[in-house]
Design a protein around this ligand. Structure first.
Ligand code: T4K
Length: 396
């Protein structure tokens, strides 16, 4: 059997680089790693929770974290959630979305599952080849009498073409929900990304730029919508004897909120380190034939949540060969987002799931690899990843 690990690194000239790679060959490099505060910094908050015995249901940490987040994110109305997926399900309920919703197949499966959980039919449209976000030009042709909304994803934290999407939504009377799971801290040159659309939903999962272990939030445009979202995430209660809507339990606990409050202090530094890593990758991979870095380059407005590359036909190996070779060398890269959501069995029968409807997404899913990026990633590890990619040899 062919030794994939030896195919990478075999093309390196003898010397420091190849020696370094060989010496760290089995140190695993994770695609991401959560940022955590020093444990002792969290202990006073834990003590407060233990003393008060208020563990959940909108306690003091929940309220403080919610306020701190509105300030950090520059939005007025935010509702904390147990995770982004429940946030997406609730957002659809809050806007009373039914029928068909236009969305992208190039995302984490939770985006479309939130639709199915509401018995809404996803209508997949293709993506833009540069941003890998939903292509606004494809949306209009997919609108039918049953279409009620657009669910767009700021994939990898790269902003959607919000102006174009909202023009179409306005013209056709559609709601817009942004799956902003990847978009914490992303800024637009003008305005606030999270103020676009009817609702935006964030994720604070362990693998995200900003984490509360598990967690998420819905950004609402006004106090009335936030109030309804808050009722929906608390079983529909408005007071202890009145239930106005069939809500769910989407509440964030005091532990997660206390952690979030602390995490906010360091998130800018974490994003700055991600930006440095992004720049290093782009500088070094720019010269590698057949490797294309996705998204916008190290500009100050991005959060650098992911570092996706596309392995084009000009590269000496296929995407999957590179993926396995990197993993065999301890670089635990991931293929976000392969397979396409539209290919999973609960979606594949839909007419919009046909491959010929989704050529750009199909190609991206076949070529993408997300490289390791997180604040604890060292420069020598970035160099090792790049050296492995740059040293691949074409198979005879
Ligand atoms: N919408 C979009 C566009 C999303 O990407 C997601 C989630 C959602 C909605 C839903 O958000 P949440 O409901 O989760 O808030 C991960 C995450 O579980 C998922 O949150 C995320 N997107 C998705 C893209 O990736 P996996 O299966 O790749 O994670 P896992 O466990 O393999 O972790 C990846 C690496 O991270 C590991 O190699 C090691 C490291 N890791 C991970 C965890 C969980 C740690 O070091 N510590 C940890 O605790 O799904």
């Amino acid at each position: 059997m062919r030794n994939r690990a030896s195919e990478l690194g075999a093309g390196l000239p003898p010397g420091a680089d190849s020696d370094a790679i060989r010496s760290v060959a089995h140190e695993p490099i994770l695609v991401t790693q959560p940022v955590l505060p020093p444990l002792e910094d969290l202990l006073p908050s834990l003590q407060e929770i233990w003393d008060s015995k208020v563990l959940t249901n909108g306690g003091p940490f929940h309220q403080r974290f919610e306020t701190a987040l509105t300030e950090y994110l520059g939005v007025e109305h935010i509702s904390l959630f147990t995770n982004c997926t429940i946030g997406l399900v609730t957002a659809l309920q809050a806007l009373d979305i039914q029928g068909e919703v236009i969305t992208s197949p190039y995302s984490f499966v939770a985006t479309a599952h939130a639709l199915l959980w509401n018995r809404i039919t996803p209508k997949f449209v293709d993506i833009d080849p540069h941003t890998l976000n939903i292509d606004p030009e494809r949306i209009e042709a997919a609108i039918t009498a049953s279409t009620t909304a657009i669910m767009a994803i700021h994939c990898y934290g790269h902003p959607c073409d919000v102006e174009a999407i909202e023009r179409i939504a306005h013209k056709h009377g559609l709601k817009v929900i942004y799956d902003a799971a990847h978009a914490f801290g992303v800024r637009l040159p003008a305005g606030n990304l999270l103020k676009h659309g009817d609702l935006s939903v964030l994720s604070f999962h362990a693998t995200k730029v900003f984490n509360t272990f598990e967690g998420g939030a819905i950004v609402s445009p006004d106090a009335q919508t936030k109030l309804y979202v808050d009722q929906l995430k608390n079983f529909g209660f408005v007071d202890d004897v009145t239930v106005v809507t069939p809500g769910i339990n989407g509440k964030m606990s005091e532990f997660n909120a206390a952690l979030g409050l602390l995490q906010l202090k360091d998130v800018d530094r974490a994003i700055d380190r991600r930006r440095e890593i992004d720049r290093r990758y782009r500088d070094m991979l720019g010269a590698v034939e057949g490797i294309e870095c996705v998204g916008f380059s190290g500009e100050a407005l991005a959060n650098h949540a992911y570092f996706p590359i596309l392995v084009r036909p000009g590269y000496p190996m296929t995407r999957d060969a590179l993926y396995h070779a990197l993993r065999d060398n301890g670089v635990l890269v991931r293929r976000y987002f392969y397979p396409l959501i539209s290919s999973f069995p609960m979606y594949s029968q839909l007419a919009s799931s046909r491959e010929e409807n989704l050529p750009v997404a199909t190609e991206a899913a076949a070529q993408v690899i997300c490289l390791p990026i997180h604040p604890a990633l060292r420069d020598d590890q970035v160099e090792r990843v790049v050296s492995l990619i740059a040293s691949a040899r074409r198979r005879p």
